[in-house]
Unconditional design. Structure first.
Length: 139
C-alpha cells in the first residue's frame, strides 16, 4: 500500500507508510477529551463509487459495533492519495472530506456523524477541508 500525507499516522500495526506529515494529528499524542458521538437518529445508507455511507446511524448501532473501542486518527486540512489494502469502516466525529475515487468521476463527500465503509483495494484522493477526527477499524 502506498500513501503519503495524513495517512501516515494510521495504526503502526498495519505498517502502511514510513513518513509522517506535519499536517497530521496522531490520536496517540493528542490530549483532547473524547468528543461525544453525535448520531441521535436513524440514518439512511447509500453507496457511491463503492463507498458505503450511513448518515447519522443510531447510537445503538455505534454501540453494537464498538466504535469507541476502535483506534482514532485525525488530520488537518490537506490533500493526499490513499489506497486501502484492507476493508475499513470508520466513524467521523469531526470534519469534512471530499473523496475522489481513482477511475471514477464521482466525488464522495463525508462529514461528522457519518459511518463509512471503504472497500479493500480502493485507491482514491482525500481532500480534507475541515480537520478530521475519526474512529476506524480495518478488517
Amino acid at each position: 500500500m502506498a500513501s503519503i500525507g495524513c495517512a501516515a499516522s494510521l495504526s503502526p500495526q498495519f505498517a502502511l507508510v514510513s513518513k509522517k506529515s506535519k499536517a497530521c494529528i496522531s490520536a496517540r499524542t493528542r490530549s483532547r477529551p473524547m468528543a461525544p458521538i453525535r448520531a441521535e437518529t436513524t440514518g439512511s445508507v447509500m453507496e457511491k463509487a463503492g463507498i458505503k455511507i450511513e448518515r447519522n446511524p443510531p447510537e445503538s448501532k455505534l454501540t453494537h459495533l464498538g466504535v469507541r473501542s476502535w483506534r482514532k486518527w485525525g488530520c488537518s486540512p490537506s490533500k493526499f492519495p490513499w489506497t486501502y489494502s484492507s476493508k475499513e469502516i470508520c466513524y467521523l466525529l469531526e470534519g469534512k472530506v471530499k473523496i475522489y475515487p481513482d477511475g471514477s468521476e464521482e466525488i464522495v463527500e463525508i462529514g461528522a456523524g457519518d459511518l463509512i465503509e471503504f472497500p479493500r483495494g480502493m485507491s482514491c484522493t482525500w481532500d480534507v477541508s475541515v480537520t478530521v477526527d475519526k474512529h476506524y477499524k480495518f478488517y
